[in-house]
Design a protein around this ligand. Structure first.
Ligand code: GTP
Length: 355
């Protein structure tokens, strides 16, 4: 029997890591191997998953069950990073019951699903389902949409024109590839708006795709895992804005596609100890206002506190909390990864944070 693999996709900050933590905490003995890929080089997601103290991060043979792919975007590094990782995973004596893959928020899911047609993998693993996590709060704030009236005008003037808001295109690609859509962050959206968002998104997915509403990704793993979609056999139904020719669905080894991350960039900033995290958050908020910043995440060293302080920013929304004690052998540092649209003024941002 093939090992089922679930691909978790969704834009930056939608709640993928939160969902996966919940999934691992409620796995009920199922051996899950997690492959994480993130945009930005700090490895925050892996830390967030490992920081939860879940038993079973390592299997009996001491193999790490949380595998991080090097910085970069999984859909662009399938051949170099993802396939060797999968092959190594499949060579283990102690095979997982299920593989969960968290893509970076900027990844296109389709090239990744396509990689499951590689002969080395196809006989052993199947894509059980693509789960797309939606930040309903961000959708409510209109963050993925251009002004609808403007788009409509462009379309009316030339139907062949594809508007090219990179955020919206990614969002649509992630929706089109979904076998299940999780409307997450329901706690931040009014019920009537949620209904409207749902019916809008239902018109943008393939037929029969199920929607689940979640608060902090809390969904029974039995609903999420076991969709039995064999998505790798069904690629031609999953439209992508980023296909370069009509043969994109062939089972060939050509994984070129015209998706580039030139539209986005990320960098990390190291700060000294942060005595006043509230003051830092205010600075970050001002920076999000002034620059095209989409996502900020990282950890702070707050002097006098034994615990590490987590900072999570999604658009203008910030969350901070102490998550776990600093380990004895771990340097206490303050580091943030900042992800935004291309052209971020790194110097200005660093200066503002250093002031
Ligand atoms: N209010 C609210 N916050 C949420 C919910 N789900 C996640 N969050 C918060 O949103 C922020 C981002 O969540 P993550 O799970 O890290 O999102 P992600 O999709 O993994 O982010 P990237 O890997 O950077 O793309 C964190 O501060 C979470 O605590 C939710 O349902 N409600």
């Amino acid at each position: 029997m093939k090992i089922p693999a679930t691909v978790i996709t969704g834009f930056l900050g939608a709640g993928k890591t939160t969902l996966i933590r919940h999934l691992l905490e409620n796995a009920n003995g199922k051996k899950i191997a997690l492959v994480i890929n993130e945009f930005g080089d700090l490895g925050v997601d892996r830390e967030m998953v490992k920081g939860c103290g879940i038993a079973g991060c390592e299997d009996e043979d001491g193999n790490d069950n949380v595998i991080e792919l090097a910085n970069g975007c999984i859909c662009c590094t399938v051949a170099d990073e993802f396939l060797p990782t999968m092959e190594a995973l499949l060579e283990r004596d102690n095979l997982p019951d299920h593989i969960v893959i968290e893509t970076s928020g900027l990844a296109l899911p389709k090239p990744l699903v396509k990689a499951f047609n590689w002969p080395e993998i196809k006989t052993r693993v199947t894509v059980d389902g693509v789960v797309t996590v939606i930040d309903t709060h961000a959708v409510d704030m209109g963050r993925f949409a251009d002004d609808e009236a403007t788009i409509q005008k462009v379309r009316e003037s030339d139907e062949s024109l594809d508007h090219d808001n990179p955020l919206e295109e990614l969002f649509e690609d992630q929706l089109q590839c979904a076998d299940m859509v999780l409307l997450n962050k329901t706690d931040l959206v009014e019920a009537t708006r949620l209904t409207e968002i749902k019916s809008d998104l239902q018109a943008r997915v393939r037929d029969h795709v199920k929607f689940i509403e979640t608060d902090h990704g809390q969904v029974d793993p039995a609903i999420l895992l076991g969709l039995d979609a064999a998505a790798e056999d069904d690629l031609h139904h999953r439209h992508s804005h980023h296909e370069h020719d009509d043969h994109d669905d062939d089972d060939d080894h050509d994984h070129h596609h015209d998706h580039s991350h030139d539209e986005f960039e990320s960098f990390s900033v190291s700060l000294g100890p942060i005595a006043d995290p509230v003051d830092l958050e205010n600075k970050l908020l001002a920076l999000v206002d002034a620059h095209d910043i989409l996502r900020i995440k990282g950890f702070l060293d707050v002097p006098g506190k034994p615990m590490r302080h987590v900072v999570q920013g999604v658009g203008p929304r910030f969350q901070r909390y102490f998550d776990r004690p600093w380990a004895n052998d771990e340097p206490r540092t303050s580091q943030l990864v900042i992800i935004g649209k291309h052209g971020l003024d790194k110097t200005a941002i660093e200066e503002a944070l250093a002031s």
